[in-house]
Design a protein around this ligand. Structure first.
Ligand code: SF4
Length: 208
């Protein structure tokens, strides 16, 4: 019989990767059929292989898909000006989308009268199981939150009370990863609170 034997280390690595892919596929299925938030029931959750790499050391967590961005394209931070800014920032630190994973505190696009709105505390709580499972599958070294909503979602998961302004661009040790709070790259924030030039400097401080 001519059976090729895998090296035991390679074989166990293959099994880990397979389990990770299966778990993620299952999670995507659950998110796609999730109708937990009544106001978001007709929206599609943005969670798929387009969110990035399951092997990523860095996971970015933003607020929620935007109407012209991920809510339309199905790809986090793609299709609107926040996405354009995010791409500029990512490029600035020499990373590509395929090297990171990007997700949101709420996976569906919250709208009010056809415009983007912030996800409610209840919607973030409802969606926290998806965030936790994503982090459990990927096991990143660093979780970068983009904006106050994302930071509050992580606070909820971790049982912490970190505030954005005193902790911006500071590595915060948690049990499983380093938490790294940043401002959101939306034009509203880059124009009025944290210019893109400063955000570039903030991103450079992400622990390597
Ligand atoms: S935001 Fe999250 S919890 Fe709410 S319906 Fe969408 S996937 Fe479900």
């Amino acid at each position: 019989m001519n059976q090729t034997r895998q090296h035991p280390v390679k074989e166990s690595h293959r099994q880990v990767v397979e389990a990770m892919n299966n778990n993620f596929r299952q999670l995507v299925k659950e998110a796609t059929s999730c109708r937990l938030c009544p106001d978001l029931a007709d929206q599609t959750a943005v969670l798929s292989s387009a969110n990035g790499s399951l092997d990523a050391n860095i996971v970015f967590v933003a607020e929620a898909p935007g109407r012209f961005g991920a809510g339309r394209t199905g790809v986090p931070f793609q299709g609107d000006r926040s996405g354009d800014n995010f791409e500029i920032l990512l490029k600035h630190i020499g990373l590509t989308r395929s090297e990171v994973f990007i997700t949101n505190a709420a996976l569906c696009n919250p709208l009010a009268d056809g415009n983007n709105r912030r996800p409610t505390a209840k919607e973030i709580k409802n969606c926290s199981a998806f965030l936790k499972k994503s982090l459990d599958i990927i096991q990143p070294k660093v979780v970068v939150t983009l904006g106050t909503v994302a930071l509050s979602a992580l606070n909820q998961l971790l049982g912490t009370r970190f505030k954005l302004s005193p902790n911006v661009a500071k590595p915060l040790a948690t049990e499983d990863f380093i938490l790294f709070p940043l401002y959101h790259p939306s034009p509203r924030v880059t124009n009025w609170k944290r210019p893109l030039a400063q955000q570039k400097k903030d991103l450079k401080k992400i622990p390597s």
